[in-house]
Design a protein around this ligand. Sequence first.
Ligand code: 5RP
Length: 224
Amino acid sequence: MEQLEMYKKLAGEKAVEYIEDGMTIGLGSGSTVYWMMKKVSELVKDGLTIQGVPTSKRTEGWAKEFGIPLVDFSNVEKIDVAIDGADEIDSELQLAKGGGGSLVREKIVDILAEKFIVIADKTKLVKTLGKFPLPVEVVPFGYEVTAKRIANLGATPVLRMKDGKVFVSDNGNYILDCQFQAIEQPELLHEEIKGLVGVVETGLFVNMADIVIIGNEQGTEIIT
Ligand code: 5RP
């Protein structure tokens, strides 16, 4: 297995140690989450009663494939633990997410969790957010105007494409990948972008992470 993939696997599997019988789990999105879910499926096979809330259609598909029971989000009273990946994690545990385009559902689920655990390979740790273009989900109508208004905040927004077509999120929206110089004040920037009409959500997950598990050559590092 490639080294980076091994780091993802180590982080994903470590997070499963926080899952207990009877819990409702927020299932994040992305390739690191994939390894976490594979491990969760072993717990299910061992007889643990857990139920998952998926944050993307892809995650929902994996849950079905791996036999992880899912619960309708509208029937969920609380989420005990959410486990999700990240594109960047700064020294204050502020996150940039949305590389896979699932940031809205991820934020809705992750913010509700009593414990939000972030899993990532070591390349995701940064001093300051911003090298990874910040994903911002926007309403398709008038997205060009919304993009100009985000550009006025110091970014270069690019409309996300996939296979030669405009990428459409699970919610039917577009994603603008916004390159900023550096994101020194994530909370402030999130509020500024979120305040623009047409913006659905930003990929800045501010003051949300409780635990970060990093996979590296030593195994895993846990940051709180
Ligand atoms: C998807 C996300 C993912 O969690 C993020 O892109 C990390 O993915 P990966 O584990 O594949 O590196 O935010 O919207």
